[in-house]
Structures are given as C-alpha cells and as structure tokens.
Design a binder for this molecule. Structure first.
Ligand code: ATP
Ligand code: MG
Length: 260
C-alpha cells in the first residue's frame, strides 16, 4: 500500500478536493483506496455524505486506544462510502484535543503508521487529508507517507504560506531523518487573472522542479460534486478539473515508479 499525504498549513487551498479527486480517479482505475481524514472538521467525511458527528468510532479512538486493540478497532472505524473501492477512516471533533492530551507522549508521531500497517494488504493506496494545523496529526501523516502533495492556491498570499509549509517539511525531515518527496500543485488556477499567472511564475522561480509543470484549473463542478457527496470523477468524468487531476495522478505514479 502506498501512502500519500495532502498537506498545507494554509486553509482552503484545495487539500480535501485533491484527496477526494485523486481517490475518485484511483478507484475508477480499479485501485482500492482508503481515505484518512485527520482534520477535526471532517470535511472529507461530509463531502462523502457521512455524518461524522453520528459515528460510534473515529480516528480519535485509534489514537487513544491501547496498541494491542488497534487492528481490531480499525476494522470498526473504517466506513464504506457510496463509491466502490473507496473506504474512509473518519475524523471527529475530538481529534482537535489530541495535541493537548497526547502531544508530548513518546511514540506519538508513529501511531498513524501503525494503524495503516495493520490494513496495508487491504488497500492499494492510502490518501491522508491533513488539516491546516501543524501538530501531532500532521507529524503522523508526514511520518508514514512516501509522498507529500502540497496544493497551493494560485495567488500571492498562498505563496507566502507555501514558504512556511516547505520550511516545516524540511525541519521535520531533519528531525526524523525521513526524506520527503513533495510535489507542489498549483490549484484553482485562473489563467485570465494576472494574480494567478504571477503567483505561478513566482512559485516556479523559488521552488523550481518541485512545482508540478501543469495546473489544476478553477472548475465550478467541484462544488456541484461535493453537494452530491461524491468525488468529481464519479460525477463529471470529463470535466476539466478531472482531466487535470488525471494528469497529476499520472505524474505522481510515474515519479514513484522512477524512484523504486
Ligand atoms: N479547482 C477548483 N476549482 C474551484 N473550486 C475549488 C477547486 N478546488 C477546490 N475548490 C473549492 O474551494 C474550497 C476549498 O477547497 P478544499 O476544502 O479542498 O480546501 P482545503 O485546503 O481542504 O481547506 P481546509 O484547509 O479548510 O481543510 C471548496 O469549496 C472547494 O470546493
Ligand atoms: Mg480540507
């Protein structure tokens, strides 16, 4: 099972949309996907029509239960979605308290890795949708991922946030001697606006080949799909957003193939 995280400390840049759309595309290609929602706001679950406030168990229970119960409990936490080949590990509001409760406990950074290890034969891909908060949850996500996808909204302020996010990645890379392969993905690109075009140029100057050589365009169909509670590839397979994410998925798969 490959584990990819979608992360950026800035909010509203397209993280959840990226995770959902890549999951939808992978599912259509016959891959089994587990989506991991580590955002206490549960946007991923709600986007899939799952009311995370009503569930008996969530990722929070896996973080707080004794390790010997993890594998058994994981099977209970996992929710089927209405999309074939996509399951979900849902979040809950309680996750927001984890930093305070457990943040300093030894081994806290590797819990998600252990959870996913227990189901690695059941799925081809795990996609981890991060919250915009840098804390123990993001540390867990980065520690178990072979690839980090960093969506960045194509505008000036998002670019400032990006510098911070990459610094964070580098600091964490040093502290746990992990090597992160990250790809910066310009999202919500509007080629008619100067701000989008300029932001993209700045990103490419600063981060060079770390920036994906294509862009995800603005597409209002993303909102329509989330209102219908399904990923866009299942809702409007020919939309330009889906075509763009299809190219992104091809890039990610070929990058990973060339590394192994
Ligand atoms: N390419 C796009 N075109 C148009 N709208 C988009 C696009 N990508 C995302 N959106 C919309 O932008 C909003 C924010 O996207 P999303 O929820 O994916 O961001 P996020 O980074 O996960 O936010 P948060 O940090 O709050 O978790 C959503 O309403 C989503 O539908
Ligand atoms: Mg989100």
């Amino acid at each position: 099972m490959k584990v990819w995280s979608i992360a950026n400390q800035k909010g509203g840049v397209g993280k959840t949309t990226t995770a959902l759309t890549l999951a939808g595309l992978l599912a259509k290609r016959g891959k089994r996907v587990i989506l991991v929602d580590i955002d206490p706001h549960s946007s991923m679950g709600f986007s899939l029509g799952i009311d995370c406030d009503e569930l008996d168990y969530s990722l929070y229970d896996l973080f707080t239960c004794p390790e010997k119960f993890t594998q058994r409990l994981t099977k209970r936490v996992i929710q089927k979605t209405q999309v074939e080949n996509i399951d979900l590990i849902p979040s809950s509001m309680a996750l927001a308290t984890l930093d305070r409760e457990l943040g300093h406990r030894e081994g806290m950074g590797l819990i998600l890795k252990k959870i996913l290890h227990g189901i690695e034969d059941d799925y081809d891909y795990a996609l981890v949708d991060c919250s915009p908060v840098l804390g123990v949850l993001m540390v867990n996500a980065l520690a178990c991922s072979s690839r980090i996808i960093v969506p960045v909204q194509s505008e000036y302020l998002a670019f400032k946030g990006l510098e911070r996010m990459i610094k964070t990645l580098l600091i964490m890379q040093r502290s746990n001697s992990n090597h992160y392969n990250y790809l910066i993905v310009p999202t919500m690109f509007d080629r008619r606006t100067k701000a989008s075009v300029q932001a993209l140029e700045q990103m490419k100057v600063k981060f060079e080949s770390r920036v994906w050589d294509k862009v995800i365009p603005i597409d209002t169909k993303f909102r329509d799909a989330s209102e219908r509670n399904i990923p866009l590839p299942q809702f409007a397979p020919r939309s330009r957003g889906v075509v763009a994410y299809g190219l992104l998925l091809d890039t990610l798969i070929s990058q990973e193939a060339s590394e192994s």
